[in-house]
Design a protein around this ligand. Structure first.
Ligand code: HEM
Length: 501
């Protein structure tokens, strides 16, 4: 019944909008009704929209990297965007413009800058790693008859989420609250696909999908209850003291953003972020900072379980670089672990945890495909797995073969920025490409390298049997994750008496 209602409504709307478009050529939209039609197109795009898929690398490079300003996304299904009718914007949902520039620049330079900021969170990374090792050791001992099989997926997620929470709100957030935030985030991610209808039909969908709407409101309220007391506490205490890392939320509290669409350099008035915007941006940081990275970490460890020779080669490389009595593989060691880096590249190529990059054509864009201008409102999808499987770039592209990224391989010397188009062509783009490329790539690769190296050094990872075996089949939704969460049999390789979480 709900679907029928939507269908009838959509067809009526389709007739109105398409009728309007037919009486004028699409590229003559700068008339006085253009903005009305554009707003309709934008709001109802998931029903009206024509999705175009770009799977060839040259076209992707032309549109995303050389195409200049083609960098808006369709209306977002992030909770704050949906609930605010696309008024509250985080980095990912903001239209290309002054607000987007201000919030993105803040994240990149105030939190993720490698030498000046990211380094200050090293103690939080070390704590997260230690907690993870203790957790995995305990699990491997306590499972039935000491079988050593652990549900690694949950432990990896908890460790990365805890780390993101401490980067976001500062150290010392109560563990129970962090767990509650992680649960809330998982609920939200699970709901995201179903929320797309709200991005499209705010008013109608609210009426039709009442249960879904109430759930969204409840999820968001829970987020506000969990995040805002932490925000207020940080606001009261002011910027952190000498030597203490700056939390993301500190930078947001201080941030002045342009009050309108005018560019911040043009002397436009500025304002502080509202509490609603703060909650949305923190939610984005926690979600974007944890979920795709956890998926990528699982995919990498799963491949190391399936390819024991590769796992052994990673361990041997670590032994050649890190002293046996060193407590951990330190962040500074990672730059010397060339084969480890090759393993990460290969895992990101074969299993991009964000399945697709999306752009939406706006009237100002001039996007041409197959010789024809693509109409405003069209959603253009770039499926990341297909783009990274091109036989003209990779031999046996479906195979997990890290050796292709070391000396003599077709990917030798290539880094992720070059692979995503800066070297003149796209070869793989797990972090997207162009101006809206993921700003968290550096920190994500740092976390992946640090955790994978240490987990391989601490444990031997082998496959369990039957239902517990590693299955590399993906479940593709909002993210591309392992359909069967990672389990493995772990054998501790190092003496760790007295290790405290
Ligand atoms: C393995 C981990 C990660 C993967 C695979 C990943 C992937 C992506 C992809 C594919 C995009 C879309 C890019 C585009 O449209 O061209 C994106 C955007 C984004 N990512 Fe990540 N990401 C990861 C980790 C992170 C981390 C750690 C953060 C922050 C701490 C982050 C924050 C963001 C933000 C804010 C955007 C939106 C950027 C914009 O619209 O300007 N991501 N990410």
């Amino acid at each position: 019944m709900q679907d029928l209602l939507l269908l009838v409504f959509s067809l009526t709307l389709l007739a109105v909008v398409v009728g309007g478009l037919l009486v004028r050529p699409i590229n003559a939209m700068h008339d006085r009704f253009a903005s009305v039609r554009w707003a309709l197109l934008r709001d109802f795009s998931p029903v009206l929209r024509r999705d175009v898929f770009v799977t060839d690398r040259a076209t992707a490079h032309r549109l995303l990297v050389r195409g200049g300003a083609f960098c808006n996304r369709p209306p977002s299904s992030a909770a704050s965007s949906v609930l605010s009718r696309q008024q509250h914007h985080n980095i990912g949902s903001a239209p290309y413009g002054a607000l987007w520039r201000a919030v993105r620049r803040n994240l990149v330079s105030e939190v993720l800058h490698p030498s000046s900021r990211l380094r200050s969170h090293a103690p939080a990374r070390r704590r997260a790693l230690r907690g993870l090792i203790v957790d995995l050791r305990e699990q491997s001992k306590s499972k039935p008859s000491g079988s050593g099989v652990v549900l690694a997926a949950e432990s990896l997620h908890a460790a990365l989420f805890g780390l993101s929470a401490s980067m976001c709100f500062g150290d010392g957030v109560d563990a129970a609250r962090v767990r509650a935030m992680a649960d809330g985030m998982e609920d939200l991610i699970r709901s995201l696909v179903g929320l797309r209808v709200f991005a499209a039909f705010p008013a109608l969908a609210e009426l039709v999908y009442r249960e879904r709407w109430s759930k969204l409101v409840a999820l968001r309220r829970r987020q506000e209850e969990m995040y805002l007391p932490l925000v207020h506490a940080r606001r009261r205490r002011g910027r952190s003291g000498e030597g203490e890392p700056l939390a993301y939320v500190d930078t947001l509290i201080d941030l002045m953003v342009p009050d309108g669409d005018d560019d911040e350099d043009s002397g436009a008035s500025k304002r502080r972020l509202t509490d609603g915007e703060l909650v949305g941006l923190c939610s984005e940081f926690l979600g974007a900072g944890t979920e795709p990275a956890t998926a990528a970490l699982q995919w990498t460890m799963a491949n190391l379980v399936k390819h024991l020779d590769v796992q052994e080669a990673v361990r041997a490389e670590i032994s050649s670089v890190v002293r046996e009595d060193a407590d951990e593989v330190a962040e500074e060691d990672l730059g010397r672990l060339e084969y480890l880096n090759a393993v990460l590249m290969e895992s990101l190529r074969l299993h991009p945890s964000v399945p697709s990059v999306t752009r939406q054509v706006i009237p100002e864009d001039h996007v041409v495909l197959d010789g024809a201008r693509v109409p405003a409102g069209t959603t253009v999808q770039f499926p990341l797995d297909l783009l990274a499987l091109d036989k003209t770039v990779w031999s046996d592209p479906d195979e997990f073969r890290p050796g292709r990224f070391v000396s003599g391989g077709e990917g030798e010397g290539i880094n992720l920025v070059a692979a995503a188009g800066s070297a003149g062509e796209i070869r793989m783009m797990p972090f997207g490409a162009g101006r809206r490329m993921c700003p968290g790539m550096g920190v994500a690769v740092l976390h992946l390298g640090y955790f994978v190296a240490n987990l391989v050094r601490e444990f031997e990872w082998t496959e369990a049997e039957g239902e517990l075996a590693v299955d590399l089949a993906p479940h593709v939704g909002f993210l591309s994750v392992m359909k069967r969460p990672l389990r493995a049999r772990l054998l501790a390789l190092r003496r760790r008496e007295g290790l405290i979480k």
